[in-house]
Design a protein around this ligand. Structure first.
Ligand code: PEP
Ligand code: MN
Length: 453
């Protein structure tokens, strides 16, 4: 059967995206080297398991009903150079802190999803970058090329996909260890506070909350409730990235033994970016055939018609938890542009989980030429998103942030009132500016004040 948008429903295969127009794809010079890497990746063990992706789908379905809240966060782009245990641990612990803050106020489980263990491919607004009269191909993420401004570094190299696979495996291994090996134990709630945050107002407010959690646990134990259930000891932590580099995603697609369905097993959750969500395009074609929970970025240029088409193509059976719509409008536009889209989706009667990405519509250039975002704008977009949902009587499903546990100076404002002049101090992102630990905690506290039950 041929759908009007060009997707042939009968003939999806992990490779069928190759027959569709594609955007943001690198041009590899050496086809044989590319094919060899794809062939090897196809033989390697998958990084995640289909059953985990199915469980995440259930969690996201719960979030669509207001029975859970999604916290998706991590760097804009992971980097091969920043592949250290400390960086992974610190981002993970800030996500745990934020989850504790949100659980305590919203009184629902927080679904924790890292933009981690595979976030190595980036869409760019221009194919080229010019510096001092020299023009080179743009940096497309470490899975594709390297950020240094030389012709050699910017040449897409298929061998990098294999490095990306092994690094993702390393990150995932540590995340699984932290999730299950005692670090995430609720009795350790005080230890998640980072040393450099401990004495800030956010660190102190967190300490108070951690003490309340401890008292609650002690109280429950005194009442005879055993405190050794797995819920105390372990957390579910899921991984995600933008499914942009399709040769990589195809190579890691497998048939799930128990269901016979295909899953993209490079991560639990895969999303389609704002630049590659054309209903007839290759990225939509690829994702329609894998059974993972998937995200769709919804931006200021998303039309009602396209959104309805995307829901039809990507979730024809209207399965709950399958689609997460990630709104990224910009703080000045969210209150105006989101309501008609929200209403249109509601009219279709379809189940979706709406979450707010307050980062990507709020990127600006500072007076000293840094790509930055103002903390106030990020916070205002979240509040605007909640306002829109409140007015429509629809339950908001969660948030999606670019953040890190490192003490970076990439977004202005926030707890330390960072100014443009502070940005060069520790500006280490390879792509978009991230909230640092204090700014992330402050977002969680402000949000928790709104979500309090
Ligand atoms: C991103 O999430 O890093 C990104 C590029 O987002 P968007 O597709 O919404 O611009
Ligand atoms: Mn980004």
């Amino acid at each position: 059967m041929q759908q009007s948008d060009g997707h042939n429903t009968a003939s999806w295969s992990p490779a069928s995206w190759r027959r569709h127009p594609i955007r943001q794809a690198p041009s590899y010079e050496d086809g044989a080297a590319l094919a060899a890497v794809e062939e090897r990746l196809h033989r390697y063990p998958p990084l995640v398991f289909g059953g985990e992706a199915r469980r995440l789908k259930e969690r996201l379905a719960a979030a669509s009903r207001g029975e859970a809240f999604v916290l998706q966060g991590g760097p804009c782009a992971e980097s091969f150079g920043e592949f250290t245990g400390d960086i992974i641990r610190d981002t993970f612990r800030v996500l745990l802190q934020m989850a504790a803050i949100l659980t305590f106020s919203a009184k629902v489980p927080v679904v924790k999803i890292g933009r981690m263990a595979g976030q190595y491919a980036k869409p760019r607004s221009s194919d080229v970058e010019k510096r001092d009269g020299v023009e080179l191909p743009c940096y497309r993420g470490d899975n594709v090329n390297s950020p240094e401004f030389t012709a050699e570094a910017r040449r897409p190299d298929p061998a990098r996909m294999e490095m990306g696979y092994f690094q993702a495996a390393g990150v995932l291994n540590l995340l699984r260890a932290y999730s299950r090996g005692g670090f995430a134990n609720l009795h350790e709630v005080h230890r998640w506070n980072l040393d450099y945050v401990r004495n800030s107002p956010q660190g102190e407010r967190y300490e108070e909350l951690a003490s309340q959690v401890e008292e609650t646990l002690a109280f429950m134990k005194a009442c005879g409730l055993e405190d050794n259930a797995p819920q105390y000891d372990e957390v579910e932590f899921y991984t995600s990235h933008e499914a942009l580099l399709l040769p990589y995603e195809q190579a890691l697609t497998r048939v799930d033994e128990s269901t016979g369905q295909h899953y993209g097993l490079s991560a639990h959750f895969l999303w389609i970016g704002d630049r590659t969500r054309q209903p007839e395009g290759a990225h939509v074609e690829f994702l329609r055939g894998v059974a993972n929970p998937i995200g769709i970025k919804v931006g200021p240029t998303t039309t009602i018609e396209d959104l309805q088409k995307l829901l039809e193509i990507l979730n024809p059976q209207d399965e709950a938890g399958r689609i997460t719509l990630i709104s990224r409008m910009g703080h000045g536009k969210v209150r105006e542009l989101l309501p008609p889209l929200l209403e249109a989706v509601r009219r279709t009667g379809r189940t979706v989980t709406w979450i707010c990405d307050p980062m990507h519509g709020n990127t600006t250039t500072s007076s000293n030429k840094y790509k930055t975002r103002a903390f106030e704008h990020v916070l205002d977009e979240i509040m605007g998103f909640l306002d829109v949902f409140g007015q429509a009587g629809v339950i908001p499903g969660g948030i999606h942030l670019e953040m890190t546990g490192s003490d970076v100076t990439e977004c202005t404002g926030g707890p330390r009132c960072l100014t443009d002049a502070d940005l060069p101090t520790r500006y280490t992102t390879f792509c978009d500016p991230r909230l640092n630990a204090e700014q992330s905690l402050e977002i969680a506290f402000q949000l928790s004040d709104r979500l309090k039950r």
